[in-house]
Design a protein around this ligand. Structure first.
Ligand SMILES: Cc1ncc(COP(=O)(O)O)c(C=O)c1O
Length: 361
């Protein structure tokens, strides 16, 4: 049983056929529709399609004019792209520990990370819930910092009725194959700031206002998507309610079946956010043994993120392990179980009984 099977089928295929029939492969009518649907769901004033989530983060950092000599505070517990986007913009990612309920940035530890070089805070909304944004925004205001939201995993996730990715200065959502809705590769930048939108739009398209023009007022690159991806995205976004329903149903079944297993701890469901299950995420003190047992029974598991401060590629930043107890614990104990739409009740019951068997229930 794999970790994930994307929920794609005939609707996506029909839309793809239309793109081929139309013979417009680069951003075209489907991209326009996709962007408009994204704005409807998120309420963002501006949305820009981007090649993938990593490039969207990079573009977000560039669009705020962050560069050499600047620092951006990033949670220690996230996918590597949150930090590499900062690095490749020439700035320094500064890591902050996370909370043990949602594994999102710990705002009690944020202030001590702020220096005179800090330009932005990057909360990351992981595992289908929002980071606690009010203290992040308040801290940003107090120190005159911008907020870049990594909502790669946050499609359909709202913080107190505001969609993740729309609360700060700029945000992004990824549509990679394992995300809530997917275009294979792909992403979107969200912002309510016209200046950020205009700057991101220029950088995204080779530093010019429109394609087919060879005078480039600004320096830019190619961060564009294709209509093939958007055609899939349009079909996916229309299925979102069904995707959410199926994933939530699967997640609820895990919770029910595993409720008596005291060796497992589910991530907390916080009141400031809805939950769109990204995976079924649990903590187990004997994670390695449990994963081995499940893998031996044909059930693919995923570890939680490896803390950024321990990443070999970030050795040069010189962090000490004891500065990040929660993120370390997340990696040591956290594992993800499949929750994808096509998972059947019998599959989940099988996974749960293997877990119970492992603990001798
Ligand atoms: C938290 C987080 N940030 C950034 C990314 C990067 O997105 P992408 O895979 O679309 O480049 C991902 C996805 O893998 C992610 O989970």
């Amino acid at each position: 049983m794999p970790q994930l099977i994307p929920y794609v089928g005939k609707e996506e295929l029909e839309n793809l056929k239309k793109v081929i029939a139309n013979q417009w492969l680069t951003e075209g009518p489907f991209t326009e529709e996709f962007v408009s649907l994204i704005k409807d769901v998120t309420g963002a004033k501006y949305a820009l399609p981007v090649t993938n989530g990593t490039m969207a983060l990079f573009l977000a950092v560039l669009s705020l004019g962050i560069g050499p000599g600047d620092e951006v505070i990033v949670p220690d517990f996230t996918f590597i792209a949150s930090a590499t986007s900062v690095h490749f913009a020439g700035a320094r990612p500064v890591f902050c520990d996370v909370t043990d309920d949602t594994f999102t940035i710990d705002t009690d530890k944020l202030e001590e990370r702020i220096t005179e070089k800090t330009k932005a805070i990057m909360p990351v909304h992981v595992y289908g819930q929002s980071a606690d944004m009010a203290p992040v925004l308040q801290m940003a205001r107090a120190h005159n910092l911008t907020v870049i939201e990594d909502a790669a995993q946050g499609f359909g996730v709202f913080y107190n009725n505001k969609h993740t990715g729309t609360l700060g200065d700029v945000g992004m959502i990824s549509f990679f194959a394992d995300k809530t809705i997917t275009t294979g590769e792909g992403a979107v930048i969200l912002t309510n700031r016209e200046d950020v939108y205009e700057r991101a739009k220029l950088i995204r398209n080779q530093g010019r206002s429109s394609s087919g023009v060879f005078i480039h007022p600004a320096l830019g690159m190619n961060f564009r998507m294709t209509d093939l991806q958007s055609a899939i995205g349009v079909a996916q976004i229309k299925k979102f309610n069904e995707i959410k329903r199926l994933k939530s149903r699967n997640y609820a079944l895990y919770r029910r079946e595993l409720s008596g297993v005291k060796e497992l701890k589910f991530l907390e469901e916080v009141s400031h956010s809805n939950l769109v299950p990204f995976r079924t995420n649990v903590l187990a003190e004997d994670k390695e043994d449990l994963c081995k047992h499940l893998e031996e029974n044909g059930i693919q598991t995923r570890s939680f993120f490896f803390p950024l401060h321990r990443q070999p590629c970030f050795n040069f930043l010189g962090y000490r392990e004891e500065e990040f107890p929660v993120s370390n614990r997340g990696f040591e104990q956290g594992l993800s179980l499949p929750v994808y739409c096509g998972l059947q009740k019998k599959d989940i019951l099988n996974i749960c009984s293997r877990i119970k068997e492992h603990y001798g229930y």
